[in-house]
Design a protein around this ligand. Structure first.
Ligand code: PRP
Ligand code: MG
Length: 164
């Protein structure tokens, strides 16, 4: 796959604001969560913000990777699974957190491990929307989201000269 047409750059400020908005949305649910399972690595950052806001102190990771070279998705590799006690009752009462859902493959894979957990992410693309329960901002499928932890300061072409 080539780089998607549109760029959606996210600053640290904006990510903090959007992750906090996700925490507000989750706080409004008729449900309390006993633990967070964050999907590394991208889920680590919103998980830190949500755990602080919702006072959830039991944090587990599920370590999966599938984008091995920037924009191209390959095979899903499970590097570390979830503690058995959190998988009891299908993961009922567990909140799964990720930064985004794109094709939905990552969320679908983790759902097989925690079918009754609540899945939340900050950003979603249309193909991924059915795989999560709560998200904040939807962007189109032909958009690439640039997260602040992947970025540095560089010169930007003016729009008139072909900026993306
Ligand atoms: O919905 P999908 O198409 O499966 O894509 C979404 C996943 O892709 C990214 O993770 P990645 O596998 O790149 O690993 P990372 O979190 O370590 O960057 C992102 O953090 C999501 O977890
Ligand atoms: Mg990820």
């Amino acid at each position: 796959m080539s780089l998607p047409d549109k760029a959606f750059p996210v600053s640290w400020d904006q990510f903090h604001r959007d992750a906090r908005a996700l925490a507000w949305r989750l706080a409004g649910l008729d449900q309390t969560f006993k633990a967070i399972v964050c999907i590394t690595r991208g889920g680590l950052v919103p998980a830190a913000i949500i755990s602080r806001e919702l006072n959830i102190r039991l944090i587990e990771t599920v370590c999966v990777a599938s984008y091995h070279d920037y924009v191209n998705q390959g095979d899903m590799v499970l590097l570390k699974g979830i503690a058995p006690e959190l998988q009891e009752n299908g993961g009922e009462g567990v909140l799964v957190v990720d930064d985004l859902t794109d094709t939905g493959k990552t969320a679908a894979q983790v759902r097989t491990m925690l079918p009754k957990a609540h899945f939340a992410c900050v950003y979603a693309k249309p193909k991924g929307v059915p795989t999560v329960d709560t998200f904040i901002t939807e962007v189109s499928q032909d958009t690439w989201i640039y997260f602040p932890w992947d970025m540095g300061f560089t010169y930007q072409e003016p729009i008139a000269k072909g900026a993306r």
